[in-house]
Design a protein around this ligand. Sequence first.
Ligand code: TPP
Ligand code: MG
Length: 388
Amino acid sequence: MADGEQSSTPRPVAVARSIRLLGGLPFQDHQPTTADLPDPLIIPVEAISVLRPDGTLKAGTQPPMADDETLAALRLMMLSRTVDDWAVRLQRLGRLGTYGPVHGQEASVVGSSWALDPALDWLAPAYREQPAMLRHGLPLDRLLATYMGKLTAGRIPDTVKMLPRNQSVCAQVPHAVGLAWAQKLRQTGAAVMSYLGEGAASEGDFHESCNLAGVVRAPIVFVVQNNGWAISTASSRQTAGALWARAAGYGFPGHLVDGNDLFAVYATARDAVERARSGEGPTLIENRTYRMGMHNTTDNPAAYRDPAEVSAAAAADPIARVQRYLAARGRWDAETERSWSAELAEEVRAAIDRARSYPGATPADVFDHVYANPPSRVLDQRRALLDS
Ligand SMILES: Cc1ncc(C[n+]2csc(CCOP(=O)(O)OP(=O)(O)O)c2C)c(N)n1
Ligand SMILES: [Mg+2]
């Protein structure tokens, strides 16, 4: 870049920081938490962190949420874990299709999506962002209906600004950039938040998306949930470099965040969403977190990872951390936890009942909802199937 260009386009602080770190000693010092934590939960000191695993605030930081709002976010995190528990059990009973739990990543998903305005901004999820979808307005019974294969009931309501859950790794990210670019061209003032895993960041789609987003200054926030694993591939075998630092090469800021810290995740996402809405362009956020559960209900993680790693991860549990913080402020105790747990279980049970009452998919659904005017060969196949 020529000197003249540099002076007319100030380099964002985070980009400058990432370049400095790449040439220096990026990840040698770590937060003093516990020595036994799995790799992604050992958070480098450069990472953004506010709420420490013991529920205290890091020196010199302020909570970005008032207590009532923190309680509301905690409730969504606990709802997410309750949905996980029920969904896995229902899948084992044959009443639900394949399900990928959020377990362990609740701060990463809830904290980031909390920064969005569901009436304005768009959500482009992968398949492990259930509480973000709920916060964005997708009713719980509709969300569950999709896992039951109930296509009509599971359709995203027109008022909910969300792309469908995407099972094809990273395929949602190019769509999200197009959606964001459209917001810019139409001057809606909206931001798009696109989620992906650290495994998805190895796909070509990720490079193409970041590159285009940087060039057109699309109002998008890329949230990479680095949860340590891409099914059975450990993140250390996925990528040798730092994901957040890649942003510098695309010309926008990148941030490394303690992904189990609700406050750090929220504050970082809020600034990135604001940046997007105000026309400054994309941001890449890497939330270091940990997938405490199975990849999904087809997976058996005991076959490839040490169970001790999962037990150690409990020391950084994102839900317990918020509960400890609120308890110290006199806003959380065992009795509240008991009553909330009972209420959340009832909320999920009632949503499951409603989801089960919706009509199931029919063979014709395979052909419908794709073409406005189906070609004759599709109509022939449809007829042949329905007559058989
Ligand atoms: C294009 C594509 N390739 C492979 C798969 C199989 N697959 C499903 S999930 C997954 C791992 C993704 O890991 P990551 O991006 O880290 O997300 P996580 O599951 O950890 O949330 C793979 C390889 C797929 N669904 N789509
Ligand atoms: Mg992963």
